[in-house]
Write a protein that binds this ligand. Structure first.
Ligand SMILES: C[S@@+](CC[C@H](N)C(=O)[O-])C[C@H]1O[C@@H](n2cnc3c(N)ncnc32)[C@H](O)[C@@H]1O
Length: 319
């Protein structure tokens, strides 16, 4: 199976550069995937350094274990969400790290494996279950959520996570459909989207937004990101780097706001003359505008097109 795992790492040279890798460094890769970024990191920190790789997906961890076997003890694997990265490090007896990388979303392997249900290609839709879990062994699948969520919940997800015009209409169409038969496959959902007339006359396929919204809901992705960013700041050593690659505007907005809040520190109301919260800045933002892939990269790897990289440096706590 591992040799089937394909994923071209995005913004590889740029992320390594921002991580400021040195021999002996300790780096946490919170989204190991196929181990592409991890391999480039290990080439620069080993021997003497350590890479801790997390992923929710067991298949990703096993593919990475094969790919990174030559690094021996310089790499450790933990099946965990990055939202608990501080606990994952603690379980290995590690208090702090020199860098954290989060390369968000799904891997090409996950997208291209029909039974994971991340993709809505109509040619394979009848055989593609509505799953979408990063870790298929726990939590609820997309089919289960579609079967039990209220129309209001569904509408909220499509609106907030997909910014989908026609969210209310689609939510109603789903609850009407499931009263007769459950939605099991991506083909079932595509048919409901089409029958409800969602996105008719628009340039973009509305299914992209619907599937994005469902994936975010199934994996609680935005809350996980907020929590993961906070946990990352808490484990970085002074001068340590946090590099995040996101793939849609909702993720990028969270990264931008979280970096800005950490760079500002104080959370007192702007009109309050004296700070009473006592919060000091914890990050220095390294690029005001997100870094985008070059045209050479997007031509070679079209999936990199939407990528945006933001980087920040941990500021030592004020004395
Ligand atoms: C874009 S891929 C990473 C690819 C990797 N950088 C590489 O070079 O091969 C994203 C990975 O993050 C994992 N993932 C997504 N959300 C996660 C989370 N909250 N915690 C841990 N892993 C997560 C997915 O299972 C997937 O394998």
């Amino acid at each position: 199976m591992s040799s089937d795992f394909h994923h071209v790492p995005v913004l590889l040279a740029e992320s390594s550069e921002y991580l400021h890798l040195k021999p002996g460094a300790v780096i946490l890769d919170g989204t190991l995937g196929g181990g592409g970024h991890a391999e480039a990191i290990l080439d620069r920190i080993a021997p003497g350094g350590l890479l801790v790789g997390l992923d929710l997906d067991e298949q990703a961890l096993s593919a990475s274990a094969t790919r990174l076997a030559r690094f021996g003890d310089s790499v450790r694997f933990v099946q965990s969400s990055f939202r608990h990265l501080d606990d994952a490090l603690r379980s290995l007896g590690i208090e702090s790290v020199d860098g954290v990388l989060l390369d968000l979303g799904v891997s090409s392997f996950q997208l291209d494996t029909p039974d994971r249900g991340f993709r809505f290609a109509s040619s394979t839709g009848h055989a593609t279950p509505l799953d979408m879990r990063m870790d298929p062994s726990c939590g609820s699948s997309a089919a289960e959520l579609l079967g039990r969520a209220s129309a209001e919940e569904l509408q909220g997800w499509f609106q907030r996570y997909g910014e989908l015009p026609g969210s209310k209409r689609l939510a109603r169409a789903i609850t009407q459909h499931r009263a007769n038969e459950p939605l099991r496959t991506t083909a079932d959902l595509l048919r409901v989207i089409e029958d409800a007339g969602i996105g008719r006359g628009r340039r973009h396929n509305p299914a992209t937004l619907v599937f994005q919204a469902l994936r975010i809901a199934v994996n609680d992705e935005l809350a996980a990101l907020e929590q993961g960013l906070e946990a990352a700041v808490s484990v970085l050593r002074p001068g340590g780097r946090l590099v995040v690659i996101s793939y849609h505007s909702l993720e990028d907005r969270i990264v931008k706001h979280s970096f800005r809040a950490a760079a500002k520190g104080c959370v007192c109301p702007p009109k309050q003359p004296v700070c009473t919260c006592g919060r000091a800045p914890s990050l220095e933002i390294m690029n005001r505008r997100p870094l985008r892939p070059s045209s050479t990269e997007t031509e070679a790897n079209p999936r990199s097109r939407s990528a945006r990289l933001r980087a920040a440096k941990r500021i030592p706590a004020a004395a």
